[in-house]
Design a protein. Structure first.
Length: 471
């Protein structure tokens, strides 16, 4: 008999798992609390313009099988776009991704001189001797100039913590150029004649990033998968060390859904809270200590065809609270309405902080002030401001996270009939293509009799540790 797999969450990992499983591996049933698929990778329209939850790209470094499936699902709607962003360093704009000629001509002279000094003096620089952290790894590898002028203020903004309070894991997964030599090598690969077809480019669908999720859901349903949206999960039932079912509330009544396997892509902290009977006290305490960073997405709707030529702007300086700004129309080369465009700001912020409870109008006024201070004054009509709030935007890799995560993860790994994966399920700061790769691996380790090949899953887990975030 074909195994029954219940999938919790219809974000990228849950959708991809259902898609892969329903290719003859299992009967997949997906439960999602939201009314639509995609999670933070869905798209929506504002005034006829497709918008994402921040800046999203599908990166060409994805596993070839994953890219092959996405290309087959979207066909000509999957565009290969040139990256055309910029980053503000020392009061100047530099192209991002970094280009060698741009860095040579536009870096502030003092910054460039200090950077050259870091390169020349690296072998004489005293290395950190204490416990390794984000700050020590960056300082040793990149030197003080890039660390103090770019990475350190940027992570303070993103995670709300000082760099020496962040775990080394963040540096390993978040910083692809861990030495000046690697950064220079990346810039060299951007030189025309040296770069490949996809270097400095990204995949993006015509109808927003969420078109990938929608196409995959449609294909999964065509293969027999079932998606239940608006599902309120109230319990995950277990008998001893075996998870046996989930319970949802529908029309005021509880409904039990038995399964051979429960595949969870929801936050592992939520999983601990939903377990019945509850986990041991130390697991509950560890789950409560795990933190996620929130974010407000501020959409400024402007009465003009285009605000800038750039797809994204990056703001590492602490003088401006937002970390990144994107202009959705520039991602898909969409014509869209000729009389308006949208600027999406990513404002790292936790519930309870001052920005979180501000009205859309107030945030819009601050947004315009910030842009004016950066030399990007908003001189066109502001039609209105809309916002979206995400409570679980980024996992917080503080110095204690590893201990707490392992306590929860080790206990969950003892459960038969249960597998946790994806960005939220493994507390992983990853891209969407990484989530797809995890989901494909989770589907592949399901055996014909409905069991999990734990040795194969452990091997995949080791592979996941090498995932590196692409900006």
């Amino acid at each position: 008999m074909t195994p029954r797999v219940t999938v919790l969450g219809a974000g990228p990992a849950g959708i991809a798992a259902a898609y892969r499983l329903s290719r003859g591996k299992a009967r997949a049933e997906v439960f999602e609390r939201a009314p639509v698929a995609g999670g933070n990778s869905t798209s929506f329209q504002i005034d006829g313009i497709w918008c994402d939850y921040g800046s999203h790209r599908f990166h060409p470094v994805a596993d070839p099988h994953v890219i092959g499936d996405v290309e087959a699902l979207l066909g000509p709607d999957l565009l290969l776009q040139p990256r055309h962003g910029r980053i503000r360093l020392g009061g100047r704009w530099i192209h991002f991704p970094l280009k060698l000629q741009d860095a040579l001509l536009k870096l502030p002279p003092a910054f460039a001189a200090s950077l050259i000094g870091d390169m020349a003096g690296r072998k004489f620089r005293k290395m950190s001797t204490g416990p390794r952290s984000f700050s020590s790894v960056l300082y040793d590898g990149l030197g003080p100039t890039i660390s103090e002028n770019f990475y350190f203020p940027y992570v303070r903004k993103l995670w709300g913590l000082d760099p020496d309070k962040l775990a080394v894991t963040l540096a390993e997964r978040r910083v692809s150029g861990s030495s000046i030599g690697k950064i220079l090598a990346r810039m060299m690969r951007m030189i025309p004649g040296l770069r490949g077809r996809t270097t400095g480019r990204f995949y993006y669908p015509k109808k927003g990033f969420g078109q990938i999720s929608n196409a995959m859901v449609e294909a999964a349903e065509g293969q027999g998968a079932v998606f239940r949206f608006g599902a309120d999960i109230v319990r995950i039932e277990r008998e001893g060390n075996r998870v046996t079912a989930i319970v949802t509330r529908e029309d005021g009544a509880e409904v039990r859904h038995a399964a051979d396997q429960v595949y969870s892509t929801i936050p592992l902290t939520t999983v601990v809270r939903l377990m019945d009977p509850p986990p041991p006290p130390e697991v509950i305490a560890a789950a409560k200590a795990i933190r996620f960073r929130g974010m407000i997405l501020v959409y400024l709707i402007l009465g003009t065809k285009r605000f800038t030529e750039y797809d994204a702007h990056y703001f590492p300086e602490l003088s401006i609270p937002i970390s990144r700004m994107s202009e959705p129309k520039n991602y898909s080369s969409a014509s869209g309405p000729a009389d308006r465009t949208i600027l999406c700001a990513e404002l790292p912020c936790d519930p309870g902080e001052k920005w979180w409870d501000m009205s859309d109008e107030e945030l819009g006024r601050h947004y315009c002030d910030w842009l004016g201070n950066l030399g990007l004054p908003v001189k066109v009509p502001v039609i209105r401001t809309e916002t979206r709030r995400i409570a679980h935007a980024y996992p917080v890799y503080d110095l204690d996270y590893q201990r707490h995560f392992e306590t929860v993860d080790n206990w969950l790994s003892t459960l038969d009939g249960f597998l946790s994966f994806g960005r939220q399920g493994l507390f992983a700061h990853d891209n969407t293509h990484h989530a797809f790769a995890m989901a494909y691996a989770a589907a592949d380790v399901l055996t014909p009799d409905g069991k999990i090949d734990r040795a194969a899953w452990a091997a995949h887990r080791r592979e996941f540790e090498h995932h590196r975030v692409e900006d």
